[in-house]
Design a protein around this ligand. Structure first.
Ligand SMILES: *Cc1c(COP(=O)(O)O)cnc(C)c1O
Length: 375
């Protein structure tokens, strides 16, 4: 019988070291490997191509996504870029219009000039998935960043024809959502966020069940060279061992915070898929195990004052760590998106995004309540 998620998270890629019995495998801090004679070695020749610490982390990642293969990259953006290098001039990409700002920047400022065409549409509405003859890729982020729109992965997969369906699963993590089981060809992650989970590393990954795609990713990993260090692989691997525990706590706290904000008279709108009023709630319930710790809301008072004076929510970019963070998308994470495009997407100056951590929820609610009484 196949082990369950929590068990795989702890055991896959974490077998005791055969040489010493060390329960935690050693970190292989080496750039190169001794060869007996030219080309005769133990399967490793240079750490950009292969490294045992990275390999074990990749095995664990693949298992958690329910995928055959995982490839680790030095950042989430590097993983996104690896996917983009699968494209050729003249290819067309359909992309969720509410994605991480850096994804938009990479597509618009880097890949567009190589003759790749991008359409940004609201993928939470299946009607907007309109393939062109040259559509090679559909890029979906669900829940999206920062408006928490939910896209129906199974529905999109049924319309994708020969295009590759890529899901950026950063906001859910594989504990809450396994996009491959709904038909995604590639899943990418910023391991910097929930996978690593402790705000102490930058990393990314791509998973797939397709051997040919995996071989392409392995090639790009080595040929382009955006590889994570053995130390970062170790940290990310250690992080995912507690992913299930953390995601349960993030989701419980996220729900409490979203419900609190929804009731608060000073808050005009809350974006959280765990609220029954959220337009994507029913689809989220079908494809996700819980709703994660990401909550956005609109506040029409002194936003700057509010977000700069919280006790436990630190004003910072990023998300998915054990500690709570608050972010102002329009001027921080999404500042690389032109103002007109921000407006079109509905990301205003009154929008605040929270990454709800795993502190005691009552302390988080006290913090929010106190700061909302002042601003
Ligand atoms: C942060 C983030 C990325 C980029 O990842 P990095 O590790 O910062 O390069 C991509 N997608 C989403 C949804 C993110 O939140």
């Amino acid at each position: 019988m196949k082990a369950r998620f929590e068990t795989q998270a702890i055991h896959v890629g974490s077998e005791p070291d055969p040489l010493t019995g060390a329960v935690i495998p050693p970190i292989h801090l080496t750039s190169t490997y001794a060869q007996e004679s030219p080309g005769v070695h133990k399967g490793y020749d240079y750490s950009r191509a292969d490294n045992p610490t990275r390999e074990k982390y990749e095995q664990a990642l693949a298992a958690l996504e329910g995928a055959k293969y995982a490839t680790a990259f030095s950042s989430g953006v590097a993983a996104t870029s690896a996917v983009a290098t699968l494209l050729s001039p003249g290819d067309h990409v359909i992309c969720s219009d509410d994605t991480y700002g850096g994804t938009y920047r990479l597509f618009e400022k880097v890949y567009k000039k190589y003759g790749i065409e991008f359409s940004y549409v609201d993928t939470s509405n299946l009607k907007n998935i309109k393939l062109k003859k040259n559509t090679k890729l559909i890029w979906v982020e669900t829940p999206s960043n920062p408006l928490m729109k939910i896209s129906d992965i199974k529905g999109i997969a049924s319309k994708k024809e020969d295009a590759l369906l890529v899901v950026d699963n950063t906001f859910s993590s594989p504990y809450l959502l396994q996009p491959h089981t709904f038909g995604a060809d590639i899943v990418i992650h910023s391991a910097t966020k929930y996978l690593g989970g402790h705000s102490d590393l930058i990393g990314g990954a791509a998973t797939t069940n397709d051997k040919k795609l995996f071989e392409e990713f392995k090639f790009i990993q080595k040929a382009v060279g955006a590889v994570p260090s053995p130390l970062d692989c170790y940290l990310a691997h250690r992080g995912i061992k507690t992913l299930a525990l953390r995601m349960k706590a993030h989701s419980e706290n996220g729900q409490r915070v979203a419900e609190f904000l929804a009731e608060h008279p000073k808050i005009t709108k809350v974006f959280y898929p765990g609220l029954p009023s959220h337009p994507g709630h029913e689809i989220a319930k079908k494809q996700m195990r819980a709703f994660s710790g990401m909550v956005s809301f609109e506040f029409n008072g002194n936003v700057k004052g509010l977000i700069s004076n919280m006790k436990y929510f630190t004003l910072a970019e990023s998300l998915g760590g054990i500690e709570s963070l608050v972010n102002h998308p329009a001027s921080m994470t999404h500042a690389s998106i032109p103002p007109a495009e921000l407006k079109r997407r509905g990301i205003g100056h009154n929008l605040v995004r929270l990454s709800v951590g795993v502190e005691h929820p009552d302390d988080l609610l006290d913090d929010l309540s106190s700061v909302l009484s002042k601003y």
